[in-house]
Design a protein around this ligand. Structure first.
Ligand code: GLU
Length: 504
């Protein structure tokens, strides 16, 4: 691509980021990186009635967690700022007025009450070509009346003048040619009574001024495209219009409709990237991060929601995604979300990550569970022993806990009924051999254990399970001699002694 590719993620800061929102970020990011372009974050906060405190910080933190850092934006800066639309208020008005001067937009003075009346009177009322002549606007009123209303400071909005009967087209990078009948589209408000632009005007003006070349957004924005298309044309910028790609919806697990926040709560899985506490209601929506997902897995699973590289490969590093991503392989139809599959991605990513990579996350999860890591040095070793058993990062709590504290409970049902003096003697001898021996390694432990069992005519299996329960508390975990070795000689001996008293 010869032009400098510039893409943008343009969220309205109205709440937590749905996984579909993060997938939009990811596709923007991959496209920018692949083409050596710029990825811009623009905060679309012109609707002051929908302002939610904390939502912008949440977006920033989320992009940081996913490693999808913008090149330009409110925090990163850049030469096309400001990147928050509320700080660009003065820019938009002149374009709205230019549209009026060109006959492409008009002033509308109708009050809320008058519009309510119309809605009550006319089923499926739309402010558009069928009714605009009956309403109070600069197309229906005489010019001197319009002037008087303006001079008196009557509140007004500016609306686009939609053609009554045209078919308009654009070429979507994913869907191909898409067409719209303008007759079906209402005269959208472009500038509100408070002087703020609506999304429709602001998105076009900013995409133009910020030299956006490609715009990726969710399919739910497709119905707005005709308004945007006409604005690009009416403002005389058609040549500079970005190429659009409307990304397929992320569907409920059964494929019936768009995945919503409520589906997550209903089916017990997160729909947001990170926990989001609604500041108005205090309601908490669960996030993938807090549920124990690695950002690598989250990005990977999002990439696969609507895209594949044409092979069976499912696990991709960010570098591979950047290299292989192509819009031709983004599907037109919605992608069903499958939480079991999402967990599979996470388990695979935990397996393929080095224990050093996982240390920080696991340390913080253990800390939250009040497990104090006495010996920092051993944490990476613990991680490498148990990581293949963890699907979520939170699984490190039960899987690693016993390395840092004695089991709080023992699966006594599994040992007590078969416990006897012979076994007790075996463990006492085993502990005393360990105490007296100079060497201590997993191999030494295993060899001593097996030799003693043979000497006492005990089947290995009959003492192996009690040994595991002595150290771990339950019937799980990696090879028991590896566990004992990591616990160290003194701790292993101490755990044997404590457990014997409980097994009797
Ligand atoms: N502000 C819109 C949103 O909240 C952006 C849509 C677009 O990318 O054009 O998603």
């Amino acid at each position: 691509m010869s032009e400098n590719v510039r893409v943008r993620f343009a969220p309205s800061p109205t709440g937590g980021l749905h996984l579909g929102g993060v997938r939009t970020v990811l596709f923007n990011y991959l496209f920018a990186r692949k083409n050596g372009g710029d990825f811009i974050l623009r905060i679309e906060d012109t609707d002051q009635t929908r302002f939610v405190p904390g939502a912008e910080d949440y977006i920033n933190e989320c992009l940081k967690w996913c490693g999808l850092t913008p090149d330009e934006g409110p925090d990163a800066g850049g030469e096309y700022g400001p990147y928050r639309q509320s700080e660009r208020k003065e820019i938009y008005r002149k374009y709205a007025e230019q549209l009026i001067a060109d006959g492409k937009a008009y002033y509308a003075f109708d009050t809320q009450e008058e519009l309510e009346e119309k809605r009550a009177e006319i089923p499926n009322f739309q402010y558009g070509h069928s009714f605009r002549h009956e309403l109070k606007n600069s197309l229906s009123l005489a010019p001197d009346e319009v002037k008087r209303l303006l001079d008196e400071g009557t509140p007004y909005v500016i609306r686009i003048n939609m053609p009554s009967d045209e078919t308009i087209y654009f070429d979507d990078m994913i869907r191909g040619e898409v067409s719209f009948e303008t007759a079906l589209v209402d005269d959208k408000v472009l500038l509100k009574a408070d002087g703020m632009p609506t999304y429709h005007l602001a998105v076009v003006v900013d995409d133009y001024l910020m030299k956006i070349t490609h715009a990726f957004r969710g399919e739910e924005w497709l119905p707005s495209a005709p308004v945007h298309l006409l604005l690009w044309e009416y403002l005389g910028w058609k040549e500079s219009m970005p190429q659009w790609a409307h990304l397929p919806l992320i569907l409920k697990p059964d494929g019936n409709g768009k995945l919503s926040k409520r589906d997550g709560a209903r089916l017990g899985f997160p729909v947001y990237a990170m926990n989001w506490a609604d500041p108005a209601t205090g309601e908490l929506a669960a996030g993938f991060r807090e549920m124990g997902f690695l950002p690598e897995a989250f990005n990977n699973l999002l990439a696969m929601l609507g895209w594949n590289d044409g092979t069976d490969q499912e696990l991709f590093t960010m570098e591979e995604l950047i290299e292989k991503f192509s819009l031709e392989r983004v599907s037109h139809s919605g992608a069903k979300f499958d939480f079991e599959k999402a967990k599979w991605f996470n388990a695979e990513w935990i397996k393929r990550s080095s224990s050093e990579r996982l240390t920080e996350e696991v340390a913080s999860i253990l800390e939250k569970a009040d497990i104090s890591i006495s010996n920092q040095q051993s944490l990476p070793k613990v991680i490498s022993l148990v990581k293949d058993r963890c699907v979520l990062l939170t699984d490190f709590v039960p899987q690693a806990e016993y390395f840092f504290r004695q089991p709080a409970q023992y699966d006594l049902d599994a040992v007590k009924p078969k416990w006897n003096d012979q076994k007790e003697e075996f463990f006492e001898s085993f502990a005393s051999e360990l105490r007296e021996s100079e060497s201590f390694s997993a191999a030494f432990l295993e060899e001593t254990f097996k030799r003693l069992a043979a000497e006492k005519s005990l089947k290995i299996g009959d003492v192996m399970l009690p040994f595991r329960i002595m150290l771990v508390g339950g019937k799980f975990g990696p090879t028991v001699f590896d566990i004992a070795y990591l616990l160290g000689k003194d701790e292993t001996i101490a755990r044997i002694a404590t457990a014997i008293t409980k097994f009797r």
